[in-house]
Design a protein around this ligand. Structure first.
Ligand code: SF4
Length: 468
């Protein structure tokens, strides 16, 4: 246990806790204003480390330097503990800095490592190429307006089986298949409201995720896509993605249906190409099936396929990641999203109860894995274009999306940069309204599918309030 005595610095608790947890993973940390009652474990007196008159960011740096000295470690993202570090570099570049200056600012202001600072600046520069400020869009630029436009997300909360580390809203089709039609009915009510509310507005992007949308039968999938096409103006759409994440949910008929309705980007996610790990984490497919379904999608005409992999899966080493990458290199997807495993409490309990060893590469091993993945992406001509961080990530690293030029997942950037509104339909989804002054309001839909089906009108009312 570590006891932190805050003294007058009790307004810093959030930052102090985030940094101390990153330097001392797994240790319990408690706060006390004074040491009147005998403090437990190791004791840190904030007032001895932090100058109370210093600006807040300097206070963070002082605490970071102290922890770094104590542990002999550095954190790749320095004092930054938030989910979206690229928002800082994006603002800097849009404010007139060059990418090099933005990377320097990340190093000095936030003590970010040189490598991560360059990554964040590179991603921000790419974002600036893809999205133009409104005043710049007058010409025929191949860019999207940065702040205007509507994006639609549809969540299909079903998967063939539930992966052990899953932190999304997902119900196994085996157990819940009998509720899919009612789920679609509820979803169609949301679609009807949305289409009416935003009549006349053109969609920028449309993303059907989940869950695994291709868990639906071919007939259900077609019904959903026909409903969407009949409800929205898709004539200007920049990107229409469907997650076909699990190879065990893909067949020829479904691929042909997706193509027929104008889906132009799909995701087929191996997570790892190691069969032993696939079994261990409860995915019902082999690595060979991934390659087979990838070929099938290519044959159906998909020329923009993303693949997701996860670093830090149970018992995996950097060599396993290298093997996964070498198999993906043979397939040559247009984009590759590299996640560092973040194990949330619920999935952790599930893994423990099923006797699956807890994932947890050392910080060095995690960094090595990240490096192998980044090198692999570069060797396929893919460049980093978006990134975000989560709590409890393996090695305190980040998720990074790499893509071939022109094949960047636009929706992914929008969700991270938070410059455009997203209307999200389906269980467990979160809608976001971005106001012209930049402030953001959100509303969510319940996660449980029974609740969602029963309370869909309430979900619509939540959106009415948000968008009216
Ligand atoms: S495929 Fe994704 S959403 Fe489905 S269970 Fe696995 S991790 Fe969860």
């Amino acid at each position: 246990m570590i006891t932190i005595i805050t003294g007058k610095l009790n307004n810093l608790e959030y930052d102090v806790l985030a940094l101390a947890s990153a330097f001392y993973p797994g240790r319990e940390i408690v706060f006390k204003e004074t040491d009147k009652e005998a403090p437990l474990g190791e004791v840190i007196y904030l007032e001895k480390i932090i100058d109370e008159t210093a600006p807040k960011n300097e206070q963070r740096r002082q605490f970071y330097r102290y922890l770094s000295e104590q542990t002999g470690r550095q954190l790749p993202w320095g004092v930054l503990t938030g989910v979206r570090p690229t928002k800082l570099t994006t603002a800097a570049i849009r404010g007139g800095m060059t990418p090099i200056q933005a990377a320097d600012m990340m190093k000095k202001e936030y003590l970010v490592s040189a490598e991560k600072a360059v990554l964040a600046a590179e991603i921000a520069a790419r974002e600036a190429e893809l999205f133009a400020e409104e005043k710049e869009t007058a010409g025929a630029l191949p860019t999207l307006p940065r702040k205007s436009g509507l994006n639609l997300y549809i969540g299909i909360a079903f998967c063939p089986t539930t992966c052990l580390y899953c932190s999304f809203t997902s119900f196994s089709i085996e157990k819940w298949g009998h509720r899919v039609d009612d789920y679609l009915k509820a979803l169609f009510r949301e679609i009807d409201w949305t289409a009416k509310k935003f009549a006349g507005e053109k969609l920028n992007t449309l993303y059907i995720g989940g869950g695994t949308p291709t868990s639906l039968s071919a007939e259900q999938l077609e019904r959903l896509l026909a409903k969407i096409r009949g409800s929205f103006d898709l004539s200007n759409i920049r990107e229409f993605t469907v997650e076909a994440g699990r190879p065990d949910s893909i067949d020829r008929e479904k691929m042909i249906i997706l193509k027929k309705y104008g889906v132009d980007r799909i995701s087929i996610n191996p997570q790892t190409m190691n069969d032993k790990t696939l079994r261990l984490i409860g995915r019902n497919h082999s690595a060979a099936q991934v390659s087979e379904k990838f070929a099938l999608a290519r044959k159906a005409g998909f020329d923009n396929i993303n693949m997701d992999i996860i670093l830090g899966l149970p018992e995996e080493t950097a060599e396993d990641v290298a093997e996964t990458i070498s198999q993906i290199q043979k397939l040559r997807p247009e984009s590759l999203t590299v996640h560092a495993l973040a194990v949330k409490r619920a999935s952790r309990l599930k893994m423990e109860s099923e006797g699956v060893p807890m994932p947890g590469p050392s910080a060095d091993e995690a960094e090595k894995m990240m490096y192998i993945a980044a090198e692999g992406a570069a060797s396929m001509g893919l460049r980093p274009y978006y990134m975000y961080r989560q709590k409890n990530m393996a090695g305190n690293l980040e998720n990074v999306g790499y893509a071939a030029p022109g094949r960047e997942g636009i929706y992914n950037i929008i969700i991270i940069e938070e410059t455009q509104s997203i209307v999200a339909l389906g269980a467990g989804t979160v809608s976001k309204r971005v106001f012209p002054d930049g402030h953001i309001d959100r509303c969510d839909c319940v996660k449980n599918i029974e609740q969602y089906i029963a309370r869909v009108d309430e979900m619509i009312d939540r959106k009415k309030k948000l968008f009216e």
